[in-house]
Design a protein around this ligand. Structure first.
Ligand code: EPU
Length: 342
């Protein structure tokens, strides 16, 4: 079983971007697949539950963790050129997502430039199928390797079998069944940019003729500038990005809401619509709301903030009041995006 021996009683405050205070009874930083196997064997032997964390940007820590926390730090970046200007980029789960985006863009490859500045690790990206500005991870992910606790084996899952949906995947549906080890992305030197998202198109003056001369790095820089205008930097204002998902509602519900509230913001789909949760929350007067330790960002109502010394239960209490208000006013239930533990 190797010589695995976890640290004990470790403070997790600096390992979650909301900076919520919590301690792990047992803790280890995992840099290799072998170390992960040793850690899992130790957890089995000692009857401890293992919780894997990456960048901690999608976690709401509501108390101490009684089991073994594994901080995923398996690194690695490698390229396989496939011809026709395509390449597969294989990444270790512990790589920082944003750094990887900039690295791929600098190499001249397209596919993930719209996903610049999303906090978190590569291994966490598939769990919620990260997305922004009209792109999602699923658009480039060809396959990934994961430890499957059910089969007690390393498995390879193709993109199609990951059950990707809007901020959803099999990894989210079966929390703690899989531990993602590495991810393979198909990138391209030629594929057209996706600049259809309004703010992105406006950044380039809607000048579609000029899009052909853009570089992936320029698009990534545009995304960074747009995000920085609205989304707080977790290093300065601790947050976990969007705290709620944009709710999907049937077309009839959308139409009824639109009639009652003509300024409602929504993205229309087939037979359904995705409502802008930020708009719903904003309308209820929560934007910029501040309490002793926690609050709602003043530029994006979907982002909850820890202003300092806030706790998980305080944040959840605020989230629950926001959810009740939106439900009372619009009859729409907001679903939390980050994972609450324990
Ligand atoms: N709006 C308001 N009030 C606000 C903010 C926004 O009324 O305080 C309205 C505006 O009309 C705006 C619309 O809501 O046009 C949508 O806002 P925004 O463009 O900021 O996007 P979002 O739907 O709130 C989603 C993702 C973000 C992603 C952006 C850009 C979810 C839950 N969130 O936010 O993802 O960066 O689109 O693509 O899908 C994340 O998941 O953590 C995240 C930040």
């Amino acid at each position: 079983m190797g010589t695995f021996s976890p640290a004990t009683d470790v403070d997790l405050t600096s390992l979650n971007t909301l900076r919520l205070p919590a301690r792990a009874r047992y803790f280890a930083r995992i840099e290799t697949e072998q170390a992960l196997q040793d850690a899992l064997a130790w957890a089995r032997k000692h009857g401890q539950q293992a919780l894997v964390i990456g960048g901690g940007s999608n976690l709401v820590l509501c108390g101490d963790i009684s089991g073994l926390v594994l901080h995923m730090a398996i690194m690695g970046r490698s390229w396989e050129v496939c011809g026709d200007g395509d390449a597969i980029l294989t990444l270790g789960a512990g790589e920082d997502w944003h750094r990887v985006v900039m690295y791929a863009c600098r190499a001249g490859y397209r596919g993930i430039e719209n996903l610049a500045l999303i906090p978190g690790t590569v291994g966490a990206a598939p769990v919620q199928n990260i997305g922004a500005y009209g792109a999602e991870l699923k658009d480039t992910l060809v396959e990934l390797r994961a430890w499957d606790a059910q089969q007690q084996a390393v498995v390879t899952l193709s993109g199609e079998t990951c059950g990707f949906g809007y901020r959803d995947s099999v990894f989210k549906q079966h929390l703690d069944r899989y531990i993602i080890l590495s991810v393979r992305l198909k990138l391209s030197r030629q594929r057209p940019f996706n600049l259809s998202y309004r703010e992105l198109a406006e950044h380039f003056d809607n000048d579609t003729a000029s899009y052909r001369s853009l570089t992936p790095l320029q698009v990534a820089e545009a995304v960074k500038a747009i995000r920085r205008r609205k989304l707080p930097d977790p290093d300065h204002l601790p947050n976990a990005g969007s705290f709620f998902k944009n709710p999907l509602v049937p077309w009839d519900t959308y139409q009824a809401l639109k009639t009652a509230h003509p300024s409602l913001v929504a993205y229309e789909g087939e037979g359904e619509a995705k409502l802008a949760a930020a708009w719903l929350i904003d309308q209820c007067g929560w934007k910029g709301h501040r309490e002793a330790h926690v609050g709602v960002h003043n530029k994006q109502a979907l982002v909850l903030i820890n202003h300092g010394n806030g706790t998980g239960p305080e944040l959840m209490d605020l989230a629950n009041r926001i959810r009740s208000d939106v439900e009372a006013r619009f009859g729409v239930t907001l679903e939390m995006e980050p994972r609450r533990v324990p």
